[in-house]
Design a binder for this molecule. Structure first.
Ligand SMILES: [Zn+2]
Length: 331
């Protein structure tokens, strides 16, 4: 007859998996990772923020459960959930400060999601999660310090020092997109004018192509005034030699380099990481442009080659970084 043994809690009893979720304005993406950050399963859903806060929370729960099913792991094996939010967060209080894309402000997201999944939830800013993911398991995993710039619809940045992402006193550290830049005086999504994002983003590239067209420069892509241009369209126009597109992309890369030069002057990181939708589509075009311009802008790199790398985790970066952020708070 088998003896019943009393079980002592050992280190191996501590749940060893994490869920990281990237909550964006249009989609949510959950990834289950093991203790080495390896993705084991994932799931996606549209965010549908227009149907309201409670409904988005339920969709987050369902997406997390679907990712678990995909990984073949039960909720009881999950130590914590990291949630990357599109906006600044108050991590200690588990509240999102403001997320304009979702229409949320001062919401107790961590507690509300914990009630639905019965697991601790840690909030972090999505761009900081992307930087943390790349610094821990991606392009800068061998570096102790890194600055990341994510070029997409807007421009986000992240600072990593000694393997930790710097959030800052108000969650705004690394937020280079809305620093005034010496390029243009175009209106910005934030309501002010001349922010770096008005140049160093897909929105900026589109605006500059339209301006180049209006000034009589030839153009091979059609852009309706309020239409969203896909990064793949920009790539095709570049490859076709479109003069308006080429000039706009060079100006945008110059803006990205200006932002990296500022990071270089502030904390001299070992590695710069370029990520985001525009870079995923056109990284091989941006990388040399940014590197060359960085050498022109920066005294530091005038006779030293800057280590600029393309992000390696792709679409998983924010979700994986959110899982890492939850490890930092709940080891
Ligand atoms: Zn701005």
């Amino acid at each position: 007859m088998a003896m019943t043994r009393s079980r002592r809690t050992t280190l191996s009893d501590i749940p060893k998996y994490r869920i990281g979720i990237d909550l964006g304005g249009t989609k949510m993406h959950a990834v289950v990772v093991n203790r080495h950050g390896k993705p084991l399963g994932s799931a996606r859903r549209p965010t549908k923020s227009e149907v309201g806060y409670r409904d988005v929370l339920k969709r987050l729960r369902d997406t997390a459960l679907e990712a678990l099913a995909d990984a073949g792991i039960g909720l009881r094996d999950i130590r914590s959930i990291g949630l990357g939010m599109p906006g600044p967060v108050d991590q200690a209080r588990g509240r999102v400060v403001v997320a304009p894309n979702l229409g949320w402000s001062d919401k107790p997201v961590a507690e509300d999601l914990r009630m639905l999944l019965r697991r601790p939830v840690v909030l972090a800013n999505d761009v900081n999660c992307g930087g943390l993911g790349e610094a821990t398991y991606g392009a800068a995993k061998d570096a102790t310090s890194a600055a990341a710039a994510f070029v997409g619809t807007g421009l986000g940045g992240a600072i990593i020092l000694a393997g930790k992402v710097i959030n800052g006193a108000h969650g705004f550290a690394g937020e280079i997109g809305h620093v005034p830049a010496p390029f243009d005086d175009a209106p910005c999504s934030c309501g002010r004018r001349g922010c770096l994002e008005t140049v160093a983003s897909k929105t900026g590239i589109t605006r500059m192509i339209l301006a180049n067209q209006a000034s009589g420069l030839r153009c091979r892509i059609k852009i309706a005034k309020d239409a969203k241009v896909r990064s793949s369209d920009l790539l095709r126009a570049w490859q076709a030699g479109c003069p308006s597109t080429r000039r706009a992309i060079k100006a945008s890369a110059r803006g990205v380099a200006w932002g990296l030069a500022a990071f270089g002057g502030i904390f001299d990181p070992e590695v710069f990481v370029l990520g985001g939708g525009v870079i995923e589509a056109m990284g091989s075009i941006f990388l040399p442009l940014v590197r060359d311009q960085l050498r022109i802008y920066s005294l530091l790199y005038s006779n030293r080659r800057p280590d600029v790398r393309l992000a390696a985790l792709g679409d998983d970066a924010v979700a994986i970084g959110a899982a890492v952020a939850s490890v930092e708070v709940l080891p």
